[in-house]
Write a protein that binds this ligand. Structure first.
Ligand code: FES
Ligand code: FES
Length: 208
């Protein structure tokens, strides 16, 4: 009987057993929340912070903020002024509209650190005497929105009101079409546009 051929010698390098043991150890480290090189990696640098002084609804504030902080986050997170809403956080919906030096801006796209010395007005400061007065007096626009039922869920309403206040001051309320055009940056998912336009028109007429 011919002799059986001898088994070839194992290839050089780690054996299968060594390879499996090594990958299991690495996998365990990753599952535990780290990476094999994590301990050697340098700690992430802290984001740079800066100081900014600005006036919000007539009140002066000096704050230290991360340079990337938006005006929207400064208002909501640092000053607890949550009337200004975060919809898209990308400049597309107008829910975050506030006035900066009398001009409407999307607070989500405005860097807080660039507002040194600025005067900011939010929905909390729109009504006459606000925010100090807490006697329930409403701005004519707020009254008009209620009279015309110009909201459903209300999420867009503070942005609509701030934008409408600027729209009236800018003189873009000559017709329903003009109001629609100049309020077109403020979206309403509830579709209250017809009544919003009527409310803005009424408040504009009341101002004349
Ligand atoms: S949240 Fe700023 S535009 Fe939508
Ligand atoms: S009232 Fe609901 S989004 Fe405008």
């Amino acid at each position: 009987m011919p002799a059986e051929p001898a088994e070839p010698p194992p290839p050089p390098g780690p054996s299968r057993r060594t390879f499996v043991a090594t990958t299991a150890a690495v996998g365990g480290a990753v599952a535990a929340g780290g990476t094999p090189a994590a301990s050697a990696a340098p700690a992430a640098a802290r984001p740079p912070a800066g100081r900014v002084s600005l006036t919000v609804n007539g009140e002066r504030h000096t704050l230290t903020v991360d340079n990337r902080t938006s005006l929207l986050d400064l208002l909501r997170e640092h000053l607890a002024l949550t009337g200004t809403k975060k919809g898209c956080d990308a400049g597309a919906c107008g829910a975050c509209t506030v006035l900066v030096d009398g001009r409407r801006v999307n607070a989500c796209l405005t860097l807080a650190i660039r507002l040194e010395g600025a005067e900011v007005t939010t929905i909390e400061g729109l009504a006459p005497g606000a925010p100090a007065a807490d006697d329930g007096e409403l701005h004519p626009l707020q009254r008009a929105f209620i009279e015309h039922d110009a909201f459903q869920c209300g999420f867009c309403t503070s942005g609509q009101l701030m934008s409408a206040a600027a729209c009236i001051r800018e003189g873009h309320t000559g017709s329903a079409t003009e109001i629609r055009e100049w309020m077109s940056g403020n979206l309403c998912r509830c579709g209250c546009y017809t009544n919003i336009v009527k409310a803005v028109g009424q408040a504009a007429a009341h101002r004349k």
